[in-house]
Design a protein around this ligand. Structure first.
Ligand SMILES: [Zn+2]
Length: 413
């Protein structure tokens, strides 16, 4: 069999493994609560706040979707015209300099083009009272985000070009394993290394809330080491909590905004949802699916690299040469956009299961419903967004679906 034959075979095996992993690990058969319950829940939310949330989401559509299209167009222009390879060609020096300098240059151009939209989005968030940041803090966060992306991009590009250089025929095989390993590594390292870049964490002071949260975790069989408070109010009024770390490093993180805004029963409901993710191993599920997806992408990249039309458009001879960085960016961007709705769908199913877990653990559907209403309104999310938007981008069930789930749970007890 030829090398390409092996690559095709690997691609088929990986796609099958991905299908099996999704079929086995994702909680299917979870019909949303009845629409009548959803509408009843919606009717109980304050109408003026819902109207304001819809106004904001309507305004954001004029920023988000054009930004997405322009980002895609920029990636396609950089990848499918000689512009990208020309940019990389401007960087002098050996191949490592070309890969790192050229890669950063291409990413920078792509980022700069969507920068005005990010700034526009910030002005809207400030106007609606969602962001508490001035331009200085916003810019610092933006630069930190670029820095994290640049480090990740540099690691990926160096790995890619080192492999293609030393294993010109078989780089895709080692690369698929490496990409999967990188996903696994990141899911462990990210919370520890990257979260502190954006927030400060302090242990929650002893008191009834801390005791109740630690108890909740113990009853759930997912002991946590600590409850931490993140200083999220520096940048946002949004409410959130999450569980991060695995095994002995596991901790509950609560936004200071949540502590300020919500009564204890609702903080407990949020924490119980997050414990649900930990108890069901959702991080591991996400990591397995992500690792298989990354490996599939690398093998697909190798096979796409044999498509001479693509190479010709990009003005390169091989996808493995540093000047093809723009083409890599274009393929990754299109791949990401195509995978997005599938990821969102899987995510919604996993989130619905964590909600169910929270209801069972706390036995307090009223607190859960109140919390969902508050989260949605404080974050100015549309509690009942258009179906197409939810299908394409919704990472969680809608607020009214989650509130209705609490009502259905209360009835079923
Ligand atoms: Zn969740």
């Amino acid at each position: 069999m030829t090398v390409r034959g092996w690559a095709w075979l690997t691609l088929i095996v990986l796609c099958a493994a991905l299908a099996v992993a999704v079929a086995v690990l994702v909680p299917w058969h979870r019909p949303p609560a009845p629409r009548a319950d959803q509408l009843a829940a919606l009717a109980e939310l304050p109408a003026d706040r819902v109207a304001q949330a819809r106004e904001l989401r309507g305004e954001l559509r004029w920023i988000t979707y054009p930004a997405m299209l322009i980002g895609l167009a920029a990636a396609l222009v950089l990848g499918l015209t000689p512009l990208g390879s020309w940019l990389v060609g401007l960087v002098p020096g050996p191949w490592i300099a070309k890969v790192l300098g050229g890669g950063l240059l291409v990413l920078l151009v792509a980022d700069l083009i969507t920068l005005p939209f990010a700034a526009w989005r910030h002005t809207v968030a400030v106007r609606y009272g969602l962001s508490t940041q001035g331009w200085g803090g916003w810019a610092v966060d933006l630069l930190k985000g670029y820095a994290v992306a640049a480090v990740l991009g540099a690691v990926a590009l160096l790995g890619f070009y080192t492999l293609t250089r030393f294993l010109p025929n078989w780089w895709w095989a080692v690369g698929a394993v490496g990409a999967a390993a990188l996903v696994v590594l990141l899911s462990f390292v990210f919370p520890v290394l990257v979260e502190p870049v954006f927030n400060k964490f302090t242990p929650m002071a002893d008191g009834p809330l801390r005791t109740e949260l630690m108890d909740l975790a113990r009853r759930d069989g997912v002991p946590v080491r600590d409850v931490l408070v993140a200083d999220a109010s520096r940048r946002t009024t949004a409410l959130n909590a999450y569980v991060s770390g695995i095994g002995p490093t596991r901790r509950i993180v609560v936004y200071d905004t949540l502590l300020r805004e919500a009564p204890q029963s609702e903080v407990v409901a949020v924490a119980a949802h997050e414990l649900g993710h930990a108890e069901r191993g959702d991080v591991v599920i996400g990591t397995v699916i992500g690792a298989l997806g990354a490996a599939t992408f690398v093998v697909g990249l190798y096979l796409l690299g044999a498509w001479s039309w693509l190479l010709h458009r990009a003005g390169v001879e091989s996808i493995a040469e540093p000047r093809a960085v723009g083409l890599l960016l274009a393929i990754a961007t299109v791949g990401g956009l195509l995978a997005g709705p599938a990821q969102a769908y899987v995510s919604r199913l996993i989130e619905a299961r964590a909600d169910e877990h929270a209801l069972e653990l706390t036995g307090d559907p009223a607190g859960f419903e109140q919390m969902q209403g508050r989260l949605s309104l404080v974050n100015l999310g549309d509690p009942d967004p258009p179906a197409w938007e939810q299908a394409l981008f919704g990472s969680h069930p809608t607020a009214v679906e989650r509130m209705a789930a609490a009502r259905a749970f209360a009835r079923g007890r």
